[in-house]
Design a binder for this molecule. Sequence first.
Ligand code: FEO
Ligand code: CA
Ligand code: CA
Ligand code: CA
Length: 648
Amino acid sequence: MAKDFSTMEDSNRSSNPSIHEVSEPARRTLLRGGLSAALGSLLAPLAGVSALSACASAPGPAGSSSPATSGPLLGFSSVPVSTADAVSVPPGYSVQVIAPWGDPAGLSGENAAFKWDASNSAAEQETQIGMHHDGIHYYAQNGSQSGLLVMNHEYTDDGLLHTDGMQTWNAAKVRKAQAAMGVSVLEVSQQAGRWQVVRPSPWARRITGNTPMALGGPAAGHPLMRTAADPAGRRVLGTLNNCGSGRTPWGTYLTCEENFMMYFRGPAQPSPHETRWGLRPGEPSGYRWAEFDERFDATKHPNEPNRFGWVVEIDPFNPSSTPVKRTAMGRAAHEGATIATTRDGRAVAYMGEDARFEYIYKFVSRDRIKPGGFAENAELLDHGTLYVARFERDGRGRWLPLVHGNGFLVAANGFADQGEVLIKARQASDALGGTPMDRPEWIDIDPQGWVYCTLTNNSSREAANQFSTDAANPRANNTMGHIIRWKEDGDFDGVAFQWNHFVLAGDPKQARAEAQGNVKGDAFACPDGLWTDARGLLWIQCDMSTANMGRGELANLGNNAMLAADPRTGEIRRFMVGPSGCEITGATATPDGRTMFINIQHPGESPSERSDPGDPRRVSNWPDFRPDGRPRSATVVIRKDDGGVIGT
Ligand code: FEO
Ligand code: CA
Ligand code: CA
Ligand code: CA
């Protein structure tokens, strides 16, 4: 999400080392600590392979064997920049809107219809599709004809969610906001290319900010996870700020908790731990949950925030299953979790933390994936090693293990055990010398085994006057963002890698050199969503904030767009432009590649990110265009008119 409500985006004001500070004390501690793997990678001969030649010639690590296509990947005509309140796609493509916020989810029993004045109750919202669609995945049931569409609902615009916005405030409104986020599991099916949500469906489910969930992994039961309501520290109510997502090879869905701290009321003098995680004194900006839901008052329940910021595993094929927060994967303002598989069958999760000067992580499972589904792999993500990325200036990089006992990560420094290392993953990464990044968002992997991460923007690297530019984050005022990529030495569990920049986003028409980018093809800014399709096309989704959209250096770029890149050539072409004030996020497709599902989040968002329900100057009424209605996040179904594969 964009910045104004998110103090979380900028909590790294600790002594976090820049890549240039090679003599920084924390790093010396690390090296003295005898991390043999890290040292081994330092001593290993540098691969010294340039990006594109490696891309063309080197075989990818295991698990990256999507069918590489030999012909041109980009087979569509570029869509022009647009400021229209509409979705535009290339000639020969069509768009259908499904699953908007507030439509019935298809649960058994009564599902309330959406009321155009947003007067649905909290209980009704619990039966309806959530707000602010984000990460999404299609799970085939009958191939490309029907399946489950599982999607995140990141946060709420309370100006739109309630009839009178936030003019009045009460417990029912808090409950409705909690019901409008989380996850929807929807059954969808097509007839002759027209898709619909199946209602009712035995798989349909809403998971919300109040759904009971379990904690798994080393931090489960930890003293820092215990609360008055949960003295054992093993059971949490709900998941919040569900941003990016992932899917596992064993068929589960990973929903990732991003800017959870914005809901918590903080003490007058937050502890260093609370400060590092963005808890601020007093009322959080924008959200007023603590006034009516005491567990969001961290002055009374100081451990409740520790129970958020996790990757949550959901079995979409079992509506009565309990979601599990996987603490072994580390705590962060998680954007997403992308799973790769090593040659010997272990799971590797790549994860970005979307906040200024935060980190890129990977988790390597201890055990191999077992044949079967969730039941056979119920604890796979509870055991393994979490690493933070360090990008060196010579094009090499290392994964630093966040393992208790290694170097600085001992009790004397505030890390009593592995659970505390994971709960305080930011502090652990500070101490080990991870590279503070320009807001890492989604991650995906191309058929050659390159792992890509969007870095959406960071205009504070210069202003913060604490983090200088570095090789991986080379722009002092990075208004446009960039995409970095790396290739592991050996397999996905490698502890060292080579890296380079896939693209520095930008607009060649801008005067400032840092804003121009090196884009080969269509201009764009603020990459966020990222997805590699079965052909190896890299889809890039943009999230210019509405405070900046159409202004300043973003003036020529219109509404947020989705582009496609050929990772072999670097060519980038605009495929879709969204309606006014939206961001485009989340991408998935049917196995045949002929239907794509994309989420349109917060159409009509105001620069304040909080709508005034009475303001007639609303910039969007997409997708319903009713004078008495409200803009609604929704999923768009993209099909080629000739029924062909998307992008060809
Ligand atoms: Fe929720 Fe970083 O976008
Ligand atoms: Ca946004
Ligand atoms: Ca974003
Ligand atoms: Ca995002």
